[in-house]
Write a protein that binds this ligand. Sequence first.
Ligand code: XBP
Ligand code: MG
Length: 257
Amino acid sequence: MTSREDTSLRAVLFDVDGTLADTERDGHRPAFNAAFVESGLDWEWGVELYGELLAVTGGKERIRHYIEKHVPGELDRPGLNDWIAALHKAKTRHYVAMLARGDIPLRPGVARLIRELREAGIRIAIATTTTPENVTSLLESTLGPDSPGWFDVIGAGDIVAGKKPEPDIYHWVLERLALPARQCIALEDSENGIRSALAAGLDTVITVNAYTRFQDFTGAAAVLSHLGEPQQPCTGLAGSFPKGGWVDAAFLATLKA
Ligand code: XBP
Ligand code: MG
């Protein structure tokens, strides 16, 4: 096989929210609500409403979408963009504090797979719409203080113009890895995520969560309940299924073969 056709697995690109950890319902959502209370707002994002708001990726973008849809009078606020940015900054402070308390664990199989990929010499990277400090805080609180350094590239937040489902963040990460999409796999949890990854040419494995279970994952290489562990096998929902019930480096490599 010539190098132009080489599709061997060289890197795995992880989404963060919903993929590494179930962060949305009991992490980001209460952090937004705490920021609203702190700012004297009577907004409260319940579990169901938040599920609808997740259609828009990015916290600042989500706040603006909420204002447009639910409290349009606020659109007349002077300096709206700066006000949203300040509100979001408060939200990030609350969220990072939750992570530092160890409130949010990794999903099944995540720590194991990261360890196995590193042992196998397969590079790892992050591609997410969330704020960069949220990523480092989650990694440090769950995998230890050195763990952000395990990732060759961390692509997060506002560094690209178009957030998921645009492919920008995946293009940005692939460029810095200096790898073609055909030698990489994306791990995602949402429809916006898979649209972004597929548009960047990446084979994508989905692990669903309560918010994303019934979304459209057309084009996924595999749709699974979670990454699985030897003691906690995953369930297959579509596409390939890992022998034994857990995703490892060998399974991901077979998806590239
Ligand atoms: C995650 C997001 C993020 C988080 C909130 O999407 O959309 O905006 O919900 O984080 P994905 P911020 O998992 O596809 O990356 O408030 O820091 O934006
Ligand atoms: Mg996600």
